[in-house]
Design a protein around this ligand. Sequence first.
Ligand SMILES: [Zn+2]
Length: 149
Amino acid sequence: MTDSQKPDYHKPWCWQCQEHTHFKTITRTHHDEHGTRRRTQNVCSMCGKSVFRPAAVDFAYYGKVGGRCVWVYFVIAVICILPLVFWSIDNLAEDARALLVVGSVVVVFLIIPWAMLGWASRKYAIWKTWAEERGWQEPPKEKRAWVPR
Ligand SMILES: [Zn+2]
């Protein structure tokens, strides 16, 4: 393993090998009832795990608009789900299945998205630590935000 790596925010990074490894693009083909779908993926040529740009897991990359979308999503989700939660508590005595249904709604619309955000921020923190050990300095938020071309 060479450790003369220059951290690059926009270059795919292998999260397994912890370096900017060479990668290859593979195309996976899925067959299902909707037909055939192709999905391309960049994988590390050393370990075969998928590689992606650190920018992809940095919230700053998505800019103010991205952040706002996330907040709007959670606010709407909570507004929609809260009455359901209260309703299920009221009906719990009569029907325990209500809790199951509401529980799954909460998991799918709140807990999973929240866990994904947590996962992304942990990933970015890993890369940031690695990059800073190699002299990378995190540019200010505005500089990291994605700019449409
Ligand atoms: Zn790798």
